[in-house]
Ligand binder design. Structure first.
Ligand code: ZN
Ligand code: ZN
Length: 341
């Protein structure tokens, strides 16, 4: 099969012919229709502790059709089933897997990180983490399930109540997904801080009630537009210093949910958080229940995240599009559409 293969930091991926995946027991092979490019993919192909080995195949935001069934499957799968999957190969039998929390499985491999991913014609998935797509949901819209599930998981972690004021730092795909769910779940103010004008416009189209500029006076700007401090702050940038700024902005007994991926050392002064009795609740990934909710809301037409997709490229064009995302651009979510479709 054709796949985009990581060739080391500083080099674009190369589209090569590699062996097709064969499904292990409890696995399915999916012919990939779309696979989104994620910020995590950029992180894990940069020099640093998270960098993947040479010849890895990335891509965890994939959707497609079942083409091969492994042995020992529990469900009634058939070839041609349109599916998405939590990008985890997991045992399927432990309490975490059975509870729909495969991210906590002791024998976890992550598809697109340490297991082959979806920037390829075919990808192997665990049956227990694979979900059928309803007929009403287009395959292309389904390509956004993964980032939407990250956003939903974060908003659930923040225990958002209808009527609360919410601040979101950053309007990348995750900040936008958080904005969409915060609005969906009834936040009275959904204020997004973001410097790039195209992303500010996207934030407004996906659920933000106001956008503000990041900077030292972020707290004052928030209070100006929302009439009070944020009950919940979602930090969706992942740069040093931002958790401290969010602590300083939060009110007494406020909630801070760091969602952005920060791989550099960061210092915080705990005292202001202590004085305010802040809750700080980190959030990563998603559960099967998050996926099921996203799928249902998309299929019922109750959310529309399609403005997030700013480009669709072929597998051959993906390596260049991927590298372009390393510099500031107007792109938000770039989907790879696999060859032959
Ligand atoms: Zn992702
Ligand atoms: Zn397990």
């Amino acid at each position: 099969m054709k796949a985009a293969v990581f060739k080391g930091a500083g080099q674009p991926m190369r589209v090569e012919t590699i062996a097709d995946p064969t499904p292990a027991a409890g696995q399915l092979v999916v012919e990939v229709a779309y696979c989104g490019i994620c910020g995590t993919d950029l992180h894990s192909t940069r020099e640093g502790p998270a960098m993947l080995p040479c010849n890895s195949v990335l891509g965890h935001e994939f959707v497609g059709e079942v083409v091969t069934l492994g042995k020992g499957l529990q469900g009634s799968w058939k070839t041609g089933d349109r599916v998405c999957a939590l990008p985890f190969l997991s045992c399927g039998g432990c309490a975490a897997c059975l509870g729909g929390r495969p991210f906590e499985c002791a024998s976890l491999s992550c598809i697109g990180l340490n297991a082959p991913g979806g920037f390829a014609e075919y990808v192997a998935t665990s049956e227990c983490n694979t979900l059928k797509l309803p007929d009403q949901l287009s395959t292309r819209d389904a390509a956004l399930i993964e980032p939407l599930a990250v956003g939903l998981h974060a908003v659930r972690a923040g225990s958002l109540q209808a009527g609360q004021r919410v601040l979101i730092t950053g309007a990348g795909p995750i900040g936008l997904a958080v904005a969409l769910w915060a609005r969906f779940l009834g936040a009275r103010d959904v204020v997004v801080s973001e410097p790039a004008s195209e992303r500010r416009a996207l934030a407004l189209s996906l659920g933000a009630t106001a956008v503000v500029q990041p900077g030292e006076n972020l707290g004052e700007q928030f209070a100006d537009v929302a009439g009070g401090p944020p009950d919940i702050v979602f930090e969706c940038v992942g740069a040093p210093g931002l958790i401290q700024q969010c602590i300083d902005i939060a009110p007494r007994r406020g909630m801070l949910v760091p969602v952005g991926v920060c791989e550099q050392p960061d210092t915080i002064l705990p005292f202001p958080a202590l004085i305010k009795e802040l809750s700080i609740r980190f959030a990563i990934a998603y559960t099967r229940a998050d996926y099921e909710t996203v799928i249902a809301m998309l299929a019922q037409g109750r959310i529309d995240a399609s403005p997030m997709v700013t480009a669709v490229v072929s597998l051959d064009d993906m390596p260049a599009a991927f590298e372009a995302l390393r510099s500031p651009s107007n792109q938000c979510k770039v989907l790879t559409r696999l060859a032959g479709r």
